[in-house]
Design a protein around this ligand. Structure first.
Ligand SMILES: Nc1ncnc2c1ncn2[C@@H]1O[C@H](COP(=O)(O)OP(=O)(O)OP(=O)(O)O)[C@@H](O)[C@H]1O
Length: 304
């Protein structure tokens, strides 16, 4: 396994306040890695330190085999960053914004035009090259920012809350481009989000709270470890269903005539359903989510 990012015992304090507290993790080259956590968990602080914008307090952070703090120019040459806040010059065209970034990143003059066409093609904005940025929608501006971050062909793309403030359809659309970059171009994607559905697409998710990583694995593994699927069943004879659940030793909660049953043994549940089927008025099975993982570990929801 080839790790492009290695973080060991990273701590960042602001005065006496520990924003990130002794965090260690690794990111495999070519993978999608997500930091999931509520506001203030320490996600931006970590990403900004990896991007050489903030200095660490202690610990070791490495990208592509080089230690952050000692190899700023090299690190900056192998990373692309899309910040939480919009940072385009809206009074310039898309092309002018991209050209400015090429100069900033010292992209060779002879390849600038070809590189701009390449990145605009990646995010399907070729025909908007000459458009003023302020004429674009929020989702298109985000795509220009993603294109801009790729101009110097980085190995790792950092995205800090890339879809905050966008409507659900535009968010999904941005995700299609991000996944395409990873799959087709092999770029390592490192993102922070407080949307659990966005973390679902990652190969590894680090769940963060109060500056600590409280869970770390593939989303499916975390859900398997910390959550149970739940069946919601409504019945016209709730007393009977109640008895059946007790007989089969299933854990459940009750809301009026609706039973919320933990599905840890599917055979028991199917037995109950077949025995009680004529009295069931409604049924739904809900899979465990990453929010359930967070809830199980911390006792609160991610958005609280
Ligand atoms: N410059 C600073 N000075 C003091 N405290 C700070 C500073 N920057 C961040 N913090 C605090 O550090 C903690 C972590 O902040 P950080 O921005 O990293 O969290 P986050 O998980 O990215 O949340 P968000 O999604 O709101 O950006 C928060 O409690 C925040 O208030």
């Amino acid at each position: 396994m080839n790790n492009i990012i290695t973080v060991k015992n990273f701590t960042k304090t602001y005065g006496t306040f520990k924003a990130v507290d002794n965090v260690s993790f690794e990111v495999e080259s070519g993978s999608i890695f997500a930091f999931l956590g509520p506001n203030g968990a320490g996600k931006s602080t970590t990403i900004n330190t990896l991007c050489t914008i903030l200095d660490k307090t202690s610990g070791t952070l490495m990208i592509d085999g080089k230690e952050i703090g000692q190899n700023k120019d090299y690190i900056r040459s192998v990373i692309g960053v899309v910040f939480q806040e919009q940072t385009l010059d809206v009074k310039m065209t898309v092309e002018e914004n991209l050209k400015m970034h090429c100069h900033f990143y010292r992209v060779a003059k002879s390849v600038i035009n070809e590189r701009i066409d390449f990145v605009l093609h990646l995010v399907d904005l070729t025909k908007w090259k000459k458009a003023m940025v302020n004429s674009l929608s929020g989702g298109m501006k985000r795509r220009v920012e993603i294109a801009r971050s790729l101009l110097h062909l980085p190995k790792v793309l950092f995205l800090d809350e890339p879809t905050t403030g966008l409507d659900p359809q535009t968010r999904a659309n941005i995700w299609d481009y991000i996944v395409k970059l990873q799959k087709e171009k092999g770029i390592t994607i490192f993102l922070t989000t407080h949307y659990m559905d966005e973390a679902e697409i990652s190969d590894k998710v680090a769940v963060m709270d109060y500056g600590k990583i409280i869970a770390f694995d593939h989303p499916a593994v975390l859900k398997k470890q910390y959550t149970r699927d739940k069946a919601m069943i409504s019945s016209i004879v709730p007393e009977q269903l109640n008895d059946l659940l007790l007989q089969h030793d299933l854990t459940y909660a009750k809301e009026n005539n609706r039973f919320i049953i933990e599905v840890n043994d599917l055979s028991k549940l199917t037995a109950i359903i077949s025995e009680h089927q004529l009295s069931i008025t409604d049924m739904e099975v809900r899979k465990g989510t990453l929010n359930d993982v967070f809830l199980e570990i911390t006792g609160k929801n991610i958005r609280e």
